[in-house]
Ligand binder design. Structure first.
Ligand code: XBP
Length: 255
């Protein structure tokens, strides 16, 4: 008999909300401006930079691969850390001003999971303060209690695509990979969750639609809602216009 589904682990950026283009990207640019830098990460460049997870590593990647003429007379690591701290302040400001909403079906799915007695957790590369700000501004402060574990940011040293953040999350919630299912939004995210041996459903977005989702058990445009049908791009077909908790249980059972 297949192992029973007990918990669902959500990625954040691109999965809960489209935070990259109008959240993190804008926040990076505001931090650059504050620091007197003339760097501007437009939408197309940001799409390329997303190949690297973690904002600090993304700045480093920008400097080595897209702006190698830049010279800094000082401690480069500290410079990047300071830029990233400033970027995250701007990000939280943006989110607190409610510029970003949840993707279709996220609220419905979370409510459904809670009603069905399934547990929820979060596994993300972004900083804990960024996750809290997003959850509070979209679902309300009390929603922070819905998650048995919010594994975020530097809690692990090897970020996605390494499986560490998902393994950490499993350890914290005391469940095996077989008892869980993950929602991811990017190729790096899928490598991480599948690397931790968790069955994974992908909801893609404009930035990730060309990513390699090998190993995922389904790819959808988004979770869908009553007034916003989703499309299943690969994996098991669903009967309705949107993914339900019963669909999840059935996808998980087929594993
Ligand atoms: C997405 C990321 C993050 C954010 C920026 O994380 O790659 O690096 O773009 O976050 P996930 P920070 O998909 O795991 O939610 O700048 O806070 O690192």
């Amino acid at each position: 008999m297949a192992t029973q589904l007990k918990a669902v682990i959500f990625d954040v950026d691109g999965t809960l909300a489209e935070t990259e283009r109008n959240g993190h990207r804008i926040a990076f640019n505001r931090a650059f401006l504050d620091a007197g830098l003339d760097w501007n990460w437009d939408e197309a460049l940001y799409g390329k930079l997303l190949a690297v997870t973690d904002g600090k590593e993304r700045i480093r990647y920008f400097l080595t691969d897209f702006n190698s003429d830049f010279k800094y007379d000082g401690d480069m690591d500290q410079f990047i850390v300071d830029l990233h701290v400033s970027k995250n302040k701007h990000y939280v400001d943006l989110i607190e001003n409610q510029v970003i909403s949840l993707r279709p079906g996220i609220r419905r799915m979370m409510n459904g999971l809670r009603c069905a007695g399934l547990r929820m957790a979060i596994a993300t590369t972004t900083a804990p303060a960024n996750v809290s700000a997003l959850i509070k501004s979209t679902l309300g402060e009390e929603a922070l209690e819905w998650f048995d574990c919010i594994a975020a940011g530097d809690i692990v040293s090897e970020k996605k695509p390494a499986p560490d953040v998902f393994n950490y999350c499993l350890e914290q919630i005391g469940l095996s990979a077989e008892e869980c299912l993950a929602f991811e939004g990017s190729g790096n995210g899928v490598k991480s969750s599948v690397g931790a041996k968790i069955s994974t459903i992908v909801t893609l977005n404009d930035y990730t639609k060309e990513d390699d989702f090998s190993g995922a058990c389904g790819v959808l445009t988004h979770l869908g809602d009553i007034d916003e049908p989703c499309q299943v791009l690969s994996g098991e077909a669903i009967e309705g216009d949107y993914l339900t908790v019963n669909d999840l249980i059935s996808i998980h059972a087929k594993g």
